[in-house]
Ligand binder design. Structure first.
Ligand SMILES: [Zn+2]
Length: 75
């Protein structure tokens, strides 16, 4: 009953970026997937942060797994 409903982002819960997903800017492993009206963009944590200000206004969805970097670094 008290669960947060986030609309379209619910469909995204199971999506995990893999090592095959590469940043569109530098080719590093992507941790951020941006859904735009024109298609999808992939960014590493660095470029995701860099483009977030520009793109977040027009992005339909911002999928950010950069927190996994911290978890993987701790292994
Ligand atoms: Zn990058």
């Amino acid at each position: 009953m008290s669960q947060m409903t986030t609309g379209v982002t619910d469909l995204d819960e199971g999506y995990v970026l893999t090592a095959l997903d590469r940043c569109d800017s530098c080719g590093a492993q992507a941790y951020i997937r941006v859904t735009m009206a024109s298609g999808e963009l992939l960014f590493c944590a660095h470029h995701g942060a860099q483009f977030k200000d520009k793109l977040s206004a027009t992005a339909l969805h911002w999928h950010d797994e950069s927190s996994r970097l911290l978890a993987e670094a701790a292994r």
